[in-house]
Design a protein around this ligand. Structure first.
Ligand code: UN1
Length: 477
């Protein structure tokens, strides 16, 4: 099998590889991917550092052209890349193709942003003096991405980094090197000068740690667990560099008595279970008022019964497997914890056997949960959600906000009054009315509050906050 190598200073290098196994079928080897070591990471950082002066001064047309070309190729290959993504991560093919399309849209958006770089000119407080405010790239950026969005999250970090003139060392999650390799290959062939984008695939404890320990990174942008995010933060303070963190969620989905039942059930099923619940924007707390509670639980249970859990590549699958055996063990563990805590397992929660050997889990729905339970407070990251019964909107809002996280929050209601109040008073970075908590646009800010996020927002024009630094220049002509 071809060895997919790391890209360092414009050269594909690396001898030893590990096998990338599909969670839908553990006999399906997606590919062999080189494992970088700490020295490779250091070489990659040095290459990015050497490439920075020229790239930071490169013309906007050059940056535009590379990002545009990458977008075109990703879109042209969306079926093939979608299949690769579905095979290595386990989300179903239509979702995977959707994610690849999103990656293409992100590159397209930032290709355009390269042409729209702007600053401000202001009069000084002192007559005769001019003040200019400009944005400059920050330097070498370390990009550390998770396994659950193998192409979209790398895209939404790499595209703005390059657009604004930074150079990059990219460390994808060890479980999903395939899409990471493909996107780097595409950008490399699109004409990036050597060293501008470097790929170091490998273990977090080795390659990720080498990035954290480096004094030469100007910034690290990270999406992943809260525990690792904290380590990124502490090491960044040590090295005086910028950092941007997107971490966990425990997103609430409120369902009020006046909700359209069909809308509420669709939103809850999508939020809680699609993409196997493996999204930091997933909702695992369904906070439901008394009047609609029983109808909602019955309708959601019917919906869950109708879903097909099977191989990500199989036509008709609604939900693919859990990503690996470790995550499956964690999901099953939380299902046991929920039962012990006194929640009622109303549906699912069993491991499933399918034609191909994989990590299949029936979606699990708990009822009679309270917000104090561990299943309501800790991020599970699987197809497990609980219904928490509340008496009215006020209690729903207070339960929704009673969490250490604050990424996304949803409400299903036909009341303008409650929708408006919820948008204003939810302590989350993103609020969804009559929509799932997950599934975001590519051109608007993404991010959360409290323990979910740290630093400037990602995506859209707000991405400039992290990927550039502002300069204020005074001139006496
Ligand atoms: C989405 O819900 O469309 O890791 C995106 C995650 C998020 C991305 C969610 N950073 O799940």
């Amino acid at each position: 099998m071809t060895l997919h190598q790391n890209l360092i200073a414009g050269e594909w290098i690396g001898k030893e590889g590990t096998k990338n196994v599909s969670p839908s079928d553990t006999n399906d080897i997606v590919g062999t991917y080189a494992q970088a070591n700490a020295d490779d990471a250091k070489m990659a950082i040095a290459a990015a550092k050497a490439a920075f002066p020229a790239w930071s001064r490169s013309g906007i047309l050059e940056r535009h052209a590379v990002l545009r070309k990458a977008s075109d190729e990703i879109l042209a290959r969306k079926e093939e890349l979608g299949k690769l993504l579905a095979r290595e991560e386990g989300k179903i093919l239509p979702e995977a193709i959707g994610e690849v399309t999103r990656a293409a849209q992100i590159f397209d958006f930032f290709a355009g942003e390269a042409l729209r770089l702007a600053g401000e000119v202001l009069p000084s407080a002192r007559p005769g003096i001019g003040v200019e405010i400009t944005r400059e790239p920050i330097g070498v950026i370390g990009i550390i991405t998770p396994w659950n969005f193998p192409i979209a999250i790398p895209a939404w970090k790499i595209a703005p980094a390059l657009c604004y003139g930074n150079t990059v060392v990219f460390k994808p999650a060890d479980l999903v090197p395939g899409c990471a390799w493909a996107i780097v290959d595409i950008l490399h062939r699109a004409g990036l000068p050597k060293g501008v984008l470097n790929l170091v695939m490998g273990r977090g404890s080795v390659v990720g740690q080498a990035l954290l320990d480096s004094p030469d990174l100007a910034g690290i942008t990270f999406t992943g667990s809260t525990a690792t995010g904290k380590r990124v933060a502490l090491s960044s303070l040590e090295h005086n560099r910028k950092f941007q963190l997107e971490m966990g969620g425990k997103n609430p989905m409120v369902v009020l008595d006046d909700a359209d039942l069909g809308v509420a059930v669709e939103a809850a099923a999508n939020s809680g279970f699609f993409s196997t619940g493996q999204r930091c924007t997933a909702s695992s707390r369904l906070i439901v008022t008394e009047g609609i509670h029983d109808k909602f639980v019955a309708a959601l249970t019917e919906k869950l019964k109708s879903l097909t859990i099977d191989n990500a590549l199989k036509a008709g699958s609604h939900i693919g497997p859990v990503v690996d055996d470790k995550q499956l063990a964690q999901d099953l563990d939380y299902i046991e914890i929920g039962k012990k805590e006194g929640a009622k397992l109303a549906f699912g929660g069993e491991r499933l056997e399918r034609d191909t050997p994989g990590f299949y889990l029936q979606p699990a729905l708990f009822t009679e949960a309270t917000n104090k339970m561990r299943i309501s407070q800790e991020e599970i990251f699987g197809p497990v959600a609980s219904v928490i019964r509340v008496k009215d909107y006020d209690e729903a809002l207070s339960v929704a906000n009673d969490t250490r996280f604050g990424l996304s929050a949803g409400i299903a209601t036909t009341s303008l009054k409650y929708a408006t109040h919820f948008k204003r008073n939810s302590e989350a970075g993103m609020v969804m009315v009559n929509l799932p908590t997950a599934g975001v646009d590519f051109h608007v800010p993404f991010g959360g509050r409290k323990a979910s996020s740290f630093g400037p927002r990602e995506q859209g024009r707000y991405a400039a906050e992290f990927f550039t630094v502002v300069k204020t220049a005074y001139t006496l002509p």
